[in-house]
Write a protein that binds this ligand. Sequence first.
Ligand code: GLU
Length: 288
Amino acid sequence: MTYRGRFAPSPTGLLHAGSLAAAVGSWLCARHAGGRWLVRMEDIDPPREAPGSAQAILAALPAFGLVADELVIYQSSRIAAYDAAFEQLRKADLIFPCWCSRSELTIAGGIHRDGRCIAPPDPHRAPAWRMRVPDKTVTFVDELQGPQSQPLREVVGDFVIRRVEGFYSYQLACVVDDAWQGITQVVRGNDLLDSTPRQIWLQHCLNLPTPRYLHLPLVLDSEGRKLSKSERSQEVDPSSPMASLRRALSFLGVMPDESAVHPSELLRRALDHFDPNQLTRCSDHHAA
Ligand code: GLU
């Protein structure tokens, strides 16, 4: 099977050092495997979006030498596919409507574990929809972080797949699109490692294949915190891409080539030295 990888940013702000490292890491893995590299815009959460950031991210990627091999997919145009997956889960009785308020859930430690709504149904209010999560431990081997296991009900409980406002969750949309785009390996930041068991469970429920997973270390700020697009931390400047690109490469363990002048040349040379087996598991150095 031909390798297909992807970078899937949410338009919640501009690219920062962390998202650039994830983009470069997924690109290097795809190119190293002789495969294709796709870009998917995860724009299904309008309240969290920063206006203009989807266009800004898509304009920035080629400035860093990162050019997708296929047309960019916008999740906002894929609602019919999520509706179909939702119906499939509903017909199989794997989801249930939930009217629980935050305060009701707080009593249960913030996690819903009953497999049914504990609040009375309210015909005047739209419900959220949750997966009915069994007492099951999902295990998988992350290609960088090693063996993982998560007792699903214990840790995440009956997770939401469609919010009260009608928006589909990241978990559902991501799983439907990874399968639809034929992704064979997901390379992304370690902050999503704990989402992976939910995604594997959804793949199982929807009869979808499970790709391989590789979670990259997170780029941290000088105080050891994860960078966040919405906090505008460590934004990278596409008008002078070389320094940030070199930092991203060295973060990924590739010694940046000082003689390269253009981003695409730098990436090409980095590829000669890149070996996914040489990636390090945790971030022992911070973004400059
Ligand atoms: N859209 C997610 C984010 O920007 C990443 C999704 C993924 O790579 O699975 O954090």
